[in-house]
Design a protein. Structure first.
Length: 167
């Protein structure tokens, strides 16, 4: 009798363990570089055993203290987010990572990537955003009150709405 009870508990534990929510999986292929004065779009395939609730790109100029973020939107196959254009003379490289959250609040993030910024023509396949609507409607969110009320100086504010944290 004791072995039957143990077997039932073992089966219950095994079925419960397989039903545990897993964090989202993120598949992202970083670009080799981008160019100055052009908004850029980064995409990732995000899957989950439940539903993906939110995907964001956290970014900053290389070496900055605070990240800002943009929400990524589902475009039929993957999630994409548009970052503001890096300004020439203000940013040699960007640092970014992608974070996904599922409907059970499990999170996953990628490694931090470094994206060098080069002059036009020096980057073979830059991830430039070509859609005028996307270029003109970039919403960037602050992650810290010390970021103030405007987009970091390393980025062109054209077409960008910056959302600061309230004090």
């Amino acid at each position: 009798m004791r072995s039957r009870v143990f077997t039932v508990f073992a089966l219950l534990a095994a079925s419960t363990a397989s039903a545990v929510n897993q964090p989202p999986e993120i598949d992202h292929q970083p670009s080799a570089c981008t160019v100055f004065a052009q908004p850029l779009t980064l995409c990732a395939t995000v899957t989950d055993d439940g539903q993906v609730a939110k995907v964001r790109i956290y970014f900053r100029r290389e070496g900055e203290t605070f990240y800002s973020f943009v929400d990524m939107v589902f475009r039929g196959i993957n999630f994409c987010g548009t970052l503001p254009a890096p300004r020439e003379g203000k940013a040699r490289a960007l640092e970014y990572y992608i974070q996904a959250i599922d409907d059970a609040y499990e999170t996953q993030r990628t490694s931090t990537y470094k994206l060098p910024v080069a002059a036009e023509g020096a980057c073979e396949f830059p991830p430039i955003e070509k859609t005028p609507e996307s270029r003109a409607s970039i919403t960037v969110y602050a992650t810290n009150k010390k970021q103030g009320k405007k987009l970091p100086d390393a980025f062109d504010p054209s077409g960008v709405t910056f959302v600061p944290l309230e004090k």
